[in-house]
Design a protein around this ligand. Structure first.
Ligand code: GCV
Length: 615
């Protein structure tokens, strides 16, 4: 196989470095198979038979090899599944395989100047100098990587649409968007575009009021022009009335009114409108102890169930706060049975170590999907962790999370260990067992030092890397823990903010009572004294100390284990990852000392085991 120590082949070492250029998925599937089988030195014949449209495929055995039946782009998924299995020394999957979610979306947060919001892997490979500007060969490599795990839709531009990005749908840029869509199409990938709700008021009109007929006509015309160039555009993605983004509130309209107006412009073309539900008061006064940010989305949207058109999809973050290390599922994911919904995950490691610290998202996704009312969710999206670094993700091992996301979105289930192993076997085959183990414990290690018992936002303001336990305490964003010398946390039970009442039973009952609340979420849901007894008899503060000492040791262990793999990992990969583990170990020590000292100073309670806590 053709390993490259710059990480650019990711998990596709069974393919040559250049992704083929083709006009159909069928052509592409045949070419990838031809090259892949040759590189794997396999003598089998693989026939590809196109029978219809669609994403499904079936692989069956023949006397001389295999046959793949499927549609466009199903056969391509079949080709990658077959090659991947052969490269791991396994039998290709047999029988009909179809994706659980019809759209498996990757949302990029790339800005037009080439920076990436919350990007930890270099600059954008879509935008440069305020233009859509890309290297077609790099885009094909990217598209192949995504298609190989079944991702079939991408939004290239940030949901925070700021000028000049608000002109992305305008003539001039549309021809560039079309060029991008044309490259992605044979890989089965469709474009989605993030739009600015106020666009008409920057381009010819003096309002963007959704009930104004000229505004609706403006959107219908603009959308029609875009569909002329890109007939398979998946639709639009909108962040409205959130964190300074414009939206229907400016005009005294509801989100259903705003979303439906856009959805009607898309409807004749078969497009979908993805409307994000990340709406809360981002100017909360910390003295206000009544407003509770996690309640916001449910309070706002659930009364509007039944009011959204059928091509509107409400896109909901997995948790009610904002991609913290540990959150309960958003109660909105259980609600609004008459509205289409998408689950939004974050791959970009904004709060989970920024692709410096190792945090494999597989176990988190497994936990989320296992508890998700799947019948109530129709689509899935994740915020990308990719950039123009040669290894795509900055941290080579962060590729495993992208891999797991694609597999999860296809299967509608996450088997974190299996996906980690598949990734490691194809990417770092000589160390696959050890690397799988490291990936699988990485999240628990990070959580131990960075998110004690479910408290979020202990991070440094703005950058969100490293500890700052009061960084957000007196700020505007509604992310408080309100620690004093007696207790810490927010009471979100029915005796407190009442947030728990947004859940159906039995979850509501489970979360409402500190005795039944999962310990990992204890301080998310409850305000408790430092000497609160945990299930195993330790006090709450002792548990926090123990977790931080253990977490810092866990980070040291990851570093030590990596060093032992030196001879099993390509040199470039080894060195890149080594320097990240060194930074992680230092970061974990900082978290340990800052958080332990913080709890010690607040509570006045020492460590029962006499370890060093700086006074
Ligand atoms: C794109 C968090 C991030 C922001 C991001 C926002 C969102 O607040 O810090 O960078 O903005 O989520 O999801 O819209």
């Amino acid at each position: 196989m053709g390993f490259r120590s710059d990480g650019s082949l990711a998990w596709l070492a069974y393919l040559p470095g250049e992704a083929p250029s083709a006009t159909t998925s069928m052509e592409l599937a045949r070419e990838e198979l031809r090259q892949g089988l040759r590189q794997l030195r396999r003598a089998e014949t693989v026939d590809v038979i196109a029978d219809g449209q669609g994403q499904a495929y079936a692989i069956s055995k023949t006397d001389t090899g295999y046959v793949i039946n499927g549609g466009e782009p199903g056969v391509l998924y079949g080709a990658y599944a077959l090659l991947s299995a052969l490269s791991r020394g396994e039998q290709p999957p047999e029988g009909l395989r179809e994706p659980h979610f019809p759209l498996r979306i990757l949302n990029h947060w790339d800005n037009m100047d080439g920076t990436i919001e919350r990007g930890y892997a270099g600059r954008s490979f879509f935008f440069k100098k305020n233009h859509l500007s890309f290297d077609p060969a790099r885009i094909r490599q990217y598209a192949r990587m995504l298609a190989s795990v079944g991702i079939n839709c991408i939004s290239p531009n940030n949901v925070n649409v700021r000028p000049p990005m608000d002109g992305l749908l305008m003539q001039g840029n549309v021809s560039e968007l079309k060029a991008l869509a044309d490259i992605l199409r044979p890989f089965g990938i469709r474009l989605l575009v993030s739009i600015d709700f106020s666009m008409p008021s920057h381009h010819g009109l003096n309002t963007a009021d959704p009930l104004n007929e000229e505004v609706a006509a403006w959107w219908a015309r603009t959308t029609g022009e875009v569909y002329c160039a890109i007939p398979d555009l998946a639709g639009y993605l909108v962040k409205a009335d959130s964190e300074y983004r414009p939206g229907p509130f400016t005009y005294g309209r509801t989100h259903a009114q705003g979303a439906n107006m856009l959805a009607r412009a898309l409807k004749p073309h078969g497009g979908l409108l993805f409307w994000r539900c990340f709406v809360y008061n981002h100017k909360q006064d910390w003295r206000d102890t009544v407003t509770d940010r996690p309640k916001a989305a449910f309070e706002h949207y659930s009364p509007q169930d039944g009011q959204f058109d059928d091509n509107v999809v409400l896109q909901i973050k997995n948790g009610p706060l904002d991609f913290q290390v540990r959150e309960p599922l958003s109660p909105l994911l259980f609600a609004m049975p008459r509205t289409r919904k998408a689950l939004e995950l974050q791959l970009a490691q904004e709060y989970t170590g920024q692709q410096i610290d190792l945090f494999y998202h597989g176990p988190q996704y497994e936990d989320i999907i296992e508890h998700l009312p799947l019948g109530n969710i129709q689509y899935i999206a994740a915020v990308s962790n990719l950039g123009d670094d040669s290894n795509w993700c900055g941290h080579d091992l962060a590729q495993a999370s992208l891999y797991a996301y694609g597999r999860t979105a296809w299967e509608g289930a996450c088997r974190a260990q299996e996906f980690a192993r598949e990734w490691a076997q194809t990417t770092l085959p000589e160390a696959s067992e050890e690397v799988t183990g490291m990936l699988m414990r990485s999240g628990a290690v990070y959580e131990q030092y960075a998110a004690p018992l479910g408290i979020g936002f202990l991070v440094r303001p703005n950058s969100h890397y490293g500890p700052s336990p009061e960084g957000y305490e007196f700020d505007l964003w509604g992310t408080y823990h309100r620690a004093n010398q007696h207790e810490i946390g927010i009471d979100r039970s029915t005796n407190g903010s009442g947030y728990t009442a947004q859940y159906p039973q039995p979850l509501m009952g489970l979360y409402n009572n500190p005795d039944t609340c999962p310990e990992k979420l204890l301080l998310f849901f409850h305000r408790l004294p430092y000497d609160h007894p945990m299930a195993d008899g330790r006090s709450l503060v002792q548990r926090v100390y123990d977790d931080h000492f253990e977490g810092a040791l866990g980070a040291e262990d990851l570093l030590a284990q990596w060093k032992q793999l030196k001879n099993k990992i390509p040199e470039g990969t080894y060195e890149r990852v080594l320097s990240r583990f060194e930074r992680q170990a230092a970061n974990a020590r900082e978290w340990r000392d800052v958080i332990n000292t913080y709890f010690y100073r607040k509570s006045g309670i020492g460590d029962a085991r006499g370890r060093l806590i700086h006074p």
